[in-house]
Design a protein around this ligand. Structure first.
Ligand SMILES: NC(=O)c1cnc(OC2CCCC2)nc1N
Length: 326
């Protein structure tokens, strides 16, 4: 086929692969069999090899990863990525609720989210195109890992609406991928990863995108750093907006009208965390009203409008269970 036909076919293939990738990796509902996806991807790769000047930055072929980078550039976060204060028990949660109500009044409601145990990342989009991906780093300065993050299929290369927006989320490795990776490491006599968080961080903080591309990473979006031309009133609306843009947003995020509901949510997921296909180490509790975020502000390190309820470490629970049983 000539270049003009190739350009037309490449446009078709990009749209098809983007749509199929979205259904498979973001919605977890495949639209076509893997064989069809692979056939189209191979056709795209062949055409891009025949016509290199037709390759675009948002082509699905970036998902397989380009050449290694010599080093990581440092990037400054325009809006700092703060850390979260911790709560370890019901009393801590009630104290958090009291502090919040003292500052913003009695009618405060919360959003509870599972606390994914991965690597916090920042994604910057200009007019809907992914232009930068970075680690949290120390919250102010992170590492530019854009080319590694482009290989994560759940991260949109192009948003469904052309917003300029900075999004935060947790890159993670599903438990099954972690088990498979460690098995392969064992077979190869290589050192295994201690847990999925280390495996995700290790996969993204190395210089070769082709390695990142093979690690079956995913991402849950959970916060908007800044956005142009969009006003949302609540955190829950932010999550719904991120979903509209094409991000994977965790289905278990829930509005909690009272701290009682929050406590019930933490108890439910402390019990059920082992049922999940990804690791969590707690629950993040956020005041829902963004106007209240303004009123509450930040301490030196953390927002006053959020806290992380940490589950007791698994091994502690196992020991306690052993003591009870014996
Ligand atoms: N690990 C997580 O799952 C997680 C981390 N952070 C946040 O929120 C940031 C942004 C606003 C306060 C902290 N939400 C989460 N779900």
């Amino acid at each position: 086929m000539d270049k003009h036909q190739a350009e037309k076919r490449l446009k078709e293939l990009r749209l098809l692969l983007e749509d199929y990738g979205y259904h498979y990796y973001v919605l977890d509902t495949p639209k076509v069999p893997d064989s069809e996806y692979d056939r189209l991807m191979n056709e795209l790769l062949q055409l891009e090899a025949d016509y290199p000047d037709l390759v675009t930055e948002d082509s699905p072929s970036v998902r397989i990863g380009g050449p290694p980078a010599p080093s990581f550039k440092k990037v400054a976060h325009r809006v700092p990525m703060m850390s979260l204060s911790n709560a370890f028990n019901e009393e801590d949660l009630r104290a958090f609720d009291r502090r919040v109500r003292q500052a913003v009044g009695e009618h405060v409601s919360y959003v509870c989210e599972l606390k994914f145990d991965g690597l916090a990342v920042s994604l910057t989009y200009e007019n809907g195109k992914l232009v930068r991906g970075a680690t949290r780093g120390d919250g102010t300065i992170g590492e530019d890992i854009t080319n590694n993050l482009r290989t994560v299929p759940a991260i949109p290369l192009r948003l469904k609406q052309p917003y300029s927006i900075e999004v935060r989320g947790e890159a993670y490795m599903p438990k099954a991928s972690f088990e498979r990776l460690n098995e392969a490491k064992e077979q190869a006599g290589e050192e295994k990863f201690a847990n999925p968080r280390n495996a995700a961080a290790g996969s993204l903080r190395q210089l070769d995108p082709k390695i990142a591309a093979k690690r079956n990473l995913s991402l849950f979006a959970y916060s908007i750093g800044e956005v142009e031309g969009k006003n949302v009133q609540t955190h829950f609306d932010s999550l719904m907006f991120l979903k509209e843009l094409g991000f994977k947003v965790n289905e278990e995020a829930a509005k909690c009208e009272t701290i009682e509901d929050v406590i019930a949510y933490t108890e439910k997921w402390s019990e059920r965390r082992h049922e999940l296909p990804y690791e969590i180490d707690g629950v993040v509790v956020k005041v829902n009203s963004l106007a209240d975020h303004e009123k509450l502000g930040f301490t030196a390190k953390s927002p006053r409008w959020a806290t992380a309820f940490k589950f007791p470490a698994e091994e502690v629970l196992t020991v306690l269970r052993d003591i009870e049983l014996n």
